[in-house]
Design a protein around this ligand. Structure first.
Ligand code: SAM
Length: 227
């Protein structure tokens, strides 16, 4: 059975629509204000102009669970921010560190990014991300690899990393080094309580704090690299 449970991890109402698929009512959540996910094989939901509807593969029993179906607050914070920044600034090159199922990289590509990279240390995540990206039928390839964020040099207009606090601390310099001058860094995967100390870590690698946003106990931090 393939059912998306809306908002299970967030404890807060969210907008969604639903359809009957294989005899089951399937909830199709909005993971961000203009982004919806739906199960591959179900009819694509009607979306208004400017919205994205991304198909998501069902979990196959016995296979590793890969993070990134859009239900977690950190994914939703990141998806909304990536979407907004892409529409406002049209970044050309985007790096999604800890890509999981590849959902954030797919949003960036759908919004027009032309050099899109997703990295992960988990081979199951990279396989899932490749399979999900193939569903979009895009002519722009997303490069899913296990490289360090600074592998491409200071190449990216936008870097997003939704990982836990400890890996983010370890990757701080490499994440900063991946940004072009003027580029933006989005971080999530940590709580409000952890945010102030993490903010200092990234300021200490030369980035400028821009803002933060919260959803439930989770936080999204935005930084800029100076010109
Ligand atoms: C919380 S999930 C985020 C998935 C997706 N980006 C999202 O927002 O829904 C974190 C992912 O980071 C990966 N990860 C953990 N440590 C990492 C590291 N040091 N470098 C790259 N990926 C890492 C995990 O394997 C996992 O797939």
């Amino acid at each position: 059975m393939f059912v998306f449970v809306a908002s299970a991890s967030c404890g807060r109402r969210r907008d969604s629509s639903s359809t009957i698929f294989a005899g089951t009512r399937v909830v199709m959540p909005n993971i961000a204000p203009r982004i919806m996910v739906y199960p591959r094989g179900a009819p694509a939901p009607y979306v208004e102009e400017g919205w994205l509807a991304l198909p998501v593969l069902p979990h196959v029993s016995g296979s590793p669970v890969v993070f990134g179906d859009g239900s977690h607050a950190t994914t939703r914070l990141c998806a909304a921010a990536v979407d907004l920044l892409c529409r406002q600034r049209q970044p050309e090159a985007i790096l999604d560190v800890g890509t999981g199922s590849g959902v954030l990289a797919r949003v960036a590509r759908a919004r027009g990014a032309r050099f899109v990279v997703g990295t992960d240390i988990d081979p199951a995540a990279l396989a899932s991300a490749r399979a999900h990206a193939a569903l979009d039928g895009s002519s722009v390839e997303i490069h899913f690899v296990a490289e360090s964020p600074d592998h491409w040099g200071a190449r990216f207009d936008l870097v997003v990393a939704n990982i836990l606090e400890e890996p983010l601390r370890s990757l701080a310099q490499a994440l900063a080094n991946a940004l072009r001058p003027g580029g933006a860094l989005l971080l999530s995967g940590f709580t409000r309580m952890q945010m102030p100390a993490l903010r200092l870590v990234f300021e200490n690698v030369g980035l400028t704090y821009v803002r933060h946003a919260d959803l439930d106990e989770w936080t999204l931090l935005t930084f800029a690299r100076g010109p």
